[in-house]
Design a protein around this ligand. Sequence first.
Ligand SMILES: Cc1cc2nc3c(=O)[nH]c(=O)nc-3n(C[C@H](O)[C@H](O)[C@H](O)COP(=O)(O)OP(=O)(O)OC[C@H]3O[C@@H](n4cnc5c(N)ncnc54)[C@H](O)[C@@H]3O)c2cc1C
Length: 361
Amino acid sequence: MKVVIIGGGIAGLCMGIYLNQYGLEAIVNERKGSVSGGGHAFLMHHEGISILNELQTEADVLPGKLVDTFVFRRPNGELVNQLPLDEWQCFKRTDLTAYLSRLMPEEKLYNERSFSHFIYEGGRIVAAEFLNGEKEYGDVFIGADGANSMVRREIFGEVKFETGRVKEIVGVVEHPDLAEGYAGKFTKFQHENKGLAFGLIPTTTTELVWYIQYDPETLGDVEGDSPKDLESFCKALLKGFPSVVETVMDNNDFSTSYVWNTRDFDLLPSFHRDNVVLIGDAAHLALPFTSAGTTNAMVDAKVLSKCLKEEKDYTAAFFCYYDHRAAQVEGHVLLGRQLRDAFLNTGMAGFALPLIVDQSE
Ligand SMILES: Cc1cc2nc3c(=O)[nH]c(=O)nc-3n(C[C@H](O)[C@H](O)[C@H](O)COP(=O)(O)OP(=O)(O)OC[C@H]3O[C@@H](n4cnc5c(N)ncnc54)[C@H](O)[C@@H]3O)c2cc1C
């Protein structure tokens, strides 16, 4: 059985590595020329870390920084809550995709292949064609091409996206002193009576990822699309926040920061049609409040590859995969919406850990 994977992000690379480790032929096709960026950095749940440890070869050193404490404060600095976290880790996206690319057999990873459409023979999909005219024939096709998945559109048509209502501005700032001072901590300053929060997490010994979550309906939005416009908007939003926030803003390169229009969609009734199946953000999307996306993408790859190895045919494997994943994925979609509503409904203003927890917890 030959498996053609479309998209070489976290989900696609993990899938390719697992299948090759299981001795199944799998080819990853990524539209970008090299390791893909976007998303800057993310927090990963320990379920994702254990998958990385499983995929790792002896010589590899995992990228990423341990995050073992969540610190929740008000913009005036008041400490609301401080909790230990169970082995979360923060990764720069480029470090993680570069790391996973190295674990993938070089000859089975094709860059600069942007999926265009499927080729059918006798009513059955037999190949994926790319914008450069190249074709890859196979028996099974996996759509790992992210939130705007073209593979999903080809097999299911348009999904109905729900707006996330909250927007997120994300940046990475170089600041060794802050990275040292905030080492191991996910710090969040959240307003008591507006939908506004600032988060900060070290990604390396010298860099930190930061984000602003805001409600554009009540707080307005960025006017213009230059880095200067973004900087002015961020600084105005964060007036009155502690000096660490000001330091981050003053040291940030706003040409590399961007605004994330959050959205999600309901659990799909199936992740496959015929011999095509979806994984990662192509299959499901949770709002940013859960930090579930990367871990889910990796768990999908682990479960689907195991099902493909063990089940009698790919159809049985696709049902096995959906049976294992649907409930957890739906739980994360709903949790994301609940956390978003709590964030917007400032009357509630209580404390809710903005992360997924173990199924057993
Ligand atoms: C700002 C931001 C912050 C985030 N923070 C977190 C966090 O803290 N924790 C967390 O768990 N998750 C976070 N996420 C979500 C996380 O990044 C995603 O859930 C995760 O990357 C999903 O992996 P994926 O491989 O399914 O999709 P993607 O990472 O989107 O990868 C899809 C890949 O497919 C490729 N592709 C797309 N179209 C085509 C095509 N036509 N042909 C070929 N290739 C194609 C893309 O280039 C890309 O490499 C964040 C996302 C954003 C945007």
